[in-house]
Write a protein that binds this ligand. Sequence first.
Ligand code: SAH
Length: 346
Amino acid sequence: MDQKKDIRALSKDQLRDFFISQNDKAFRGNQVYEWLWQKGAHTFEDMSNISKETRKMLTENFVINHIEVDDMQQSNDGTVKNAVKLHDGLVVESVLIPTETRTTACVSSQVGCSLNCTFCATARLKKMRNLNPDEIYDQVHAIDQQSRLYQNHKLSNIVFMGMGEPLLNYANVLKAIDMITSEEGLGMSPRRITISTVGLPKMIKKLADDEVKFNLAVSLHSAIDEVRSKMMPINDTSNLAELMDSLQYWYHKTKRIITFEYVVWKSINDKQKDIDALVDYCKKVPSKVNLIEYNAIEEDGFKQANPKVIENYVRVLENNNITVNVRRSRGKDIDAACGQLANKKV
Ligand code: SAH
């Protein structure tokens, strides 16, 4: 059977040209484009202001590879985890995280992950493929609808902290963000979007050169190379000095401060020297620190540090005028918390 083309791979201009080639009006392209993106149509049948014949012609030529939320679990803290089924049957996860003032969507950028961070559940799945721009966009669109339904307000923030490494799917992630921020998509402000990365210096510099308007978070977890390499193998390829060089480049170009994500583990990074190294690292570039609660994944041997150590981290960072937040875990009871996304059904 002929593989029909995914209609959302077409730009608006290409869609307008397609309608002209069909002896129809270019304007029809605008209408269909609006259905595909802003209105999130799952099928051509949904397009109620498009004639029956046109819908039939579209069905003969194209498919809409829309995601389907296959399963939805709600945590007792209001967090919602979606198992998102892709057109080829693969599954990723997305999470809606409500607070009193905002709703954040945590979305995936790849199916699985190739980076092998020792403490992360997604690393246990091998990387299967990159998500397409529309598959990333659809996760956000679906959570926006859930937010309107359950929270009575629209989605306010997006973090790329789901499955995968967004900077290893650079072009598709940026295309998706373009659509999310466009008035023809969801019209969200890029200031409310954060990409989280293991820290790939070349790609961080590329982001800066591309003058992106969203925020950058880096999973640091240690400011000592030997310690970081044990937790994050990527550190053997790009060490802390190279990472810092790219972060200074980012700041110089964008003037936006960097968030460091940092888990404090028992016997790994809970000594004074670990704190001192973090302070020194943070002083090299305008930055703040999010101390993330550790979410244990099956017998991996890692334990969250003693609360006294975390208090000490906070005190020392604050004494050095570095902003620090302690991030409590959300959605733990449904395996929706940071590092727990690894669909158990696949
Ligand atoms: N690849 C990107 C985004 C996905 S991970 C990145 O590494 O940043 C999102 C965040 O969850 C990262 O900060 C990651 O270090 C953190 N994380 C992974 N496993 C975790 C766990 N078990 N407990 C707490 N945080 C975890």
